[in-house]
Design a protein around this ligand. Structure first.
Ligand SMILES: [Mn+2]
Length: 371
């Protein structure tokens, strides 16, 4: 997954961590004595993912200590270009299974437990694949357990109820009541979400955070069905990933505000895996604005990414507020400064440009004086 705000080593680390999480999950499966794992779609961002990523991911899947079931989602559907038809997947051992149809699959080594799935065959679908999977199912035999896997928006949470691919919650609830399935594992939403009071319909979120919009990312769900999944599955979110996407809102009007922001930034742990987007509002004197930008520049290297979010920031710089004599400018530099200051006070597009130039000028002159 390429993130435009991640440069060089941070991007490489992010990509590798998203692969390494498979090994972390394997260790957790072992630690918690999980009997199998399900991945509910969008394991890959796209079918056109780098071959290196596929190779590295499949090698880790091959080493997984328990069976793994993979559901193709809308980002990695089973179309003509499917990543799941690549040589790397063809070479995987039997215990890693891509769910290509809605047949019932017994879980190897776990008698009486089965999975059934609704894979995506194209990027866009125009029907409720989950309802289609559930419809023909007979009730599960006494004492057996059936876990269903589906991908997409569920109607109880959907903002777009009219979309034909929306998973109808009522149909799922009926299937649970009829004993056709015991639990629906959902993918697509990157936030851990308990979708129903029955506690048997969950999104597991994403094991590694990928965006600012996610709630509860970096999780995986441990679902305990061993004591009979009725009346309520025991679902325990476990933390796995450690990437953080943080949008930091702050008002900065003076030096004290800048110091407060600096100490907030200092408080982050594992900064190399934290992506910060600053949404700043305020009116700063020119020298304070220069100090703010110098502070951000100085901290930037600590973080995976640290930048001002232009769309959500509203910083006004007050060029006339600067005590120019403090800079001891003279001659050509002084006359250039005065000219820029005049343009800045004229406002408009030229004024904004002149203010930016003054700020840069100030930072350079200030730095010069410190040396
Ligand atoms: Mn999806």
């Amino acid at each position: 997954m390429t993130r435009h705000f991640l440069k060089g080593e941070a991007q490489a680390r992010f990509t590798q961590d998203r692969i390494d999480v498979i090994s972390d999950l394997a260790a957790m499966a072992h630690e918690h004595d999980a009997r199998f794992m399900v991945i509910c779609g969008d394991m890959f961002d796209a079918n056109e993912v780098a071959p290196q990523t596929v190779l590295r991911a499949t090698e880790k899947l091959a080493a997984f200590p328990v069976p793994v079931f993979i559901l193709p989602g809308n980002h990695d559907p089973l179309n003509a270009a499917s990543v799941y038809d690549s040589a790397a997947f063809a070479a995987l051992p039997e215990h890693v299974r891509v769910l290509r149809d809605s047949h019932i699959h017994q879980v190897p080594g776990v008698p009486g437990v089965e999975v059934v799935a609704a894979p995506w065959h194209r990027k866009q679908v125009l029907s409720d694949l989950c309802a289609q999977m559930l419809e023909p199912l007979a009730p599960v035999k006494e004492g057996e357990i059936r876990i269903a896997l589906a991908h997409g928006q569920v109607s109880s949470l959907a903002t777009d109820h009219q979309h034909p691919a929306t998973i109808d919650s009522a149909v799922v609830k009926q299937a649970l009541q009829d004993g056709k399935i015991h639990y629906l594992a959902l993918g697509d939403r990157h936030s851990v979400t308990d979708c129903d009071e029955s506690g048997r319909i969950w999104y597991s979120g994403t094991p590694v955070a990928t965006d600012f919009t996610e709630n509860n990312p970096n999780q995986v769900l441990l679902v305990d069905a061993s004591v009979g999944i009725d009346p309520r599955a025991q679902v325990q979110p476990l933390t796995v990933g450690d990437w953080q996407f943080e949008q930091l809102h702050a008002t900065v009007d003076n030096v004290a505000d800048i110091e407060r922001l600096e100490s907030k930034l200092a408080d982050y742990q594992n900064k190399e895996s934290v992506i910060v987007r600053l949404a700043l509002t305020g009116a700063l004197k020119l020298d304070d604005s220069a100090a703010l930008h110098a502070m951000i520049d100085a901290k930037r290297g600590l973080f995976a990414s640290l930048r001002l979010h232009d769309n959500q920031s509203d910083l006004t710089v007050l060029p006339e507020s600067l005590d120019i004599d403090a800079l001891s400018l003279s001659g050509y530099a002084r006359s250039t400064w005065d000219e820029l200051a005049q343009t800045a006070q004229g406002g408009g597009e030229a004024g904004v440009l002149a203010t930016d130039t003054l700020e840069l000028f100030y930072r350079l002159a200030h730095r010069q004086r410190q040396h």
